[in-house]
Design a binder for this molecule. Sequence first.
Ligand SMILES: Cc1ncc(C[n+]2csc(CCOP(=O)(O)OP(=O)(O)O)c2C)c(N)n1
Length: 248
Amino acid sequence: MEKIYSRTKGLRADVVGGFCPGCMHSTVMKLIGEVLEEMNLFERAACVLGIGCCGLHMDYMSFDNITSPHGRACAVATGIKRSSPDSLVFTYQGDGDFAAIGLGESMSAANRGENISVIFVNNGIYGMTGGQMAPTTLMGMRASTAPAGRTAKEHGYPMHMCEILNQLTAPAYIERTSCNTPQNTLKTKKAIAKAFQNQLEGKGFSMVEIVTSCPTNWGMDALGALEYINEKMLAEFPLGVIRDAREG
Ligand SMILES: Cc1ncc(C[n+]2csc(CCOP(=O)(O)OP(=O)(O)O)c2C)c(N)n1
């Protein structure tokens, strides 16, 4: 019988990326696409997108994906994974999504040790809505809701999600990476592959935080934003493996 409906699953090659110059969302999604292809997982993959620029990826994927209500990606991923255990379920979330409005869902999924993989893209700011302060905004960094820069008295301190989740017993794997250099971009790819492999082996909750930039809302060009990552972001958010249950 003739197939009425068919499609090739993967990243779409027929659309041009619409991200701002210097934005690393497209770099990260390309890494995810490479990993899914190399691990032959496109047929099983289900991506749960957060709300924000991170959610724009829906235009570039022809594998299964769903956009969750703002912050609820880990809860939606939990439901998909539990009802479809053979699927490779991962979230793709910004810092506003994962660490602000979604903090409860993120912590709870990690605490339950849900067998999902979280890709958490930390660009230090709310990108899509115009540069409001995020939990990860650096001290002194200007945001549209903190025009004079973040201060401890008014806004508190940056939140370190890897270290916070590392207080929990359940998570299997927590690593912070960046895409600021080719070497670190390759490390990010390896970390994503590990988070997916952990899920295939039923190891439980894995999270990769990727320190990136938002040149548009940081008010910088692409190179300036890279320097800002190197000098400021990585001083506050040091890279490395924070938890690896395999090594435990
Ligand atoms: C319930 C709800 N509250 C607020 C918003 C508005 N909103 C859309 S995106 C966004 C922030 C996104 O920032 P982040 O998660 O850091 O992602 P980025 O755009 O930087 O990738 C907000 C507050 C919304 N869509 N839904």
